[in-house]
Design a protein around this ligand. Sequence first.
Ligand code: NAD
Ligand code: AHE
Ligand code: ZN
Length: 369
Amino acid sequence: MKSRAAVAFEAGKPLQIVEIDVEPPRKGEVLVRITHTGVCHTDAFTLSGDDPEGVFPAVLGHEGAGIVVEVGEGVTSVAPGDHVIPLYTAECGECLFCTSGKTNLCVAVRATQGKGVMPDGTTRFSYQGQPIHHYMGCSTFSEYTVVAEVSLAKIDPAANPEQVCLLGCGVTTGIGAVRNTAKVQPGDTVAVFGLGGIGLAVVQGARQAGAGRIIAVDTNPDKFALAKVFGATDCVNPKDHAEPIQQVIVGMTGWGVDHSFECIGNVNVMRAALECAHRGWGQSIIIGVAGAGQEISTRPFQLVTGRSWRGTAFGGVKGRSQLPGMVQEAMRGDIDLAPFVTHTMALDGINEAFDLMHAGKSIRSVVHY
Ligand code: NAD
Ligand code: AHE
Ligand code: ZN
């Protein structure tokens, strides 16, 4: 079938809106009509060419919501008409990781996903006869996409897709990082570095968890108003201070924060986030994604004196079993999604979503088909 799609033909170039060919779903696969997709900084990261797993040409996008159109052989957990959110972190329920009870990092389709192909090693997308790669197992920048059954969360059809698509990545990642990775407790102090879709979701999650002080840090002060809406108690712009930001935060708190979250993808800020964690027990959670070749560093003494460094993917959330419940939370208003959607546009305007992100003017742009 034909599908309108925004294709990344080359790193560093704008997406091109073209009509691609989409093959039917094979065994264990599902054809989904995407109705809405958010644009996450990770899409821009991969488009920039910095992603070691970036392959071109590809259909990017991984923060979508849609409706099942057709299922391949053997698919039993979804049927045509079901409303779904594609998952870049699959949940097969059977692999070593799924059964460990320790992680959401299912490996069922991860190896082929990282190569931009379906689990059988081939692609369902082509343009003028040339193969186009998949992306993160989702490829939500195509109206019709094919994903593995294990990469689909079935959700309440009454949910608002323009908002719950953000549970496909940004909001789930931030809130999940607070709940599942850091396990923030009432009264804890928190510092959040970077107030985009991810960082603001961390702020909202920290508020929900009953954190006492929530210090929101960004070099763009335009982000502070929304951070306060979501529960930030203090907003700090590192540019307003002569000393390093970790010293500023230690100065504000006495011994540092119980939990810090890096939501930017900047290895220097990752160091600052670790070093503003409380002596003896503070932990720093890396959420941001850094480019190929970049490495983190700190004095080992920072860890010797009780700080710990951790990371999280998709907020530790198991998508098929836990995401439907988060959709319900959003429908009840317990997770507030509306303020994240600062811009909406049709597929033709998707490059503007990237421009707005780079200019620091959007939190999330949501593209509709
Ligand atoms: P975004 O571009 O919307 O937000 C980033 C924010 O960081 C902006 O507000 C920007 O002003 C701020 N910033 C930039 N440099 C800064 C600095 N030096 N100090 C303080 N603030 C600074 O991005 P996003 O969509 O929120 O994504 C954030 C990061 O999280 C990206 O690296 C993305 O790839 C990553 N991510 C990771 C996961 C995961 O599962 N681990 C999931 C989603 C996104
Ligand atoms: N492909 C990159 C890493 C990119 C990365 O870390 N992705 C995050 C999700 S970002 C969503 O916006 C993630 O979940 N990673 C775990 C995984 O299994 O992909 C690289 O460095 O190769
Ligand atoms: Zn993302």
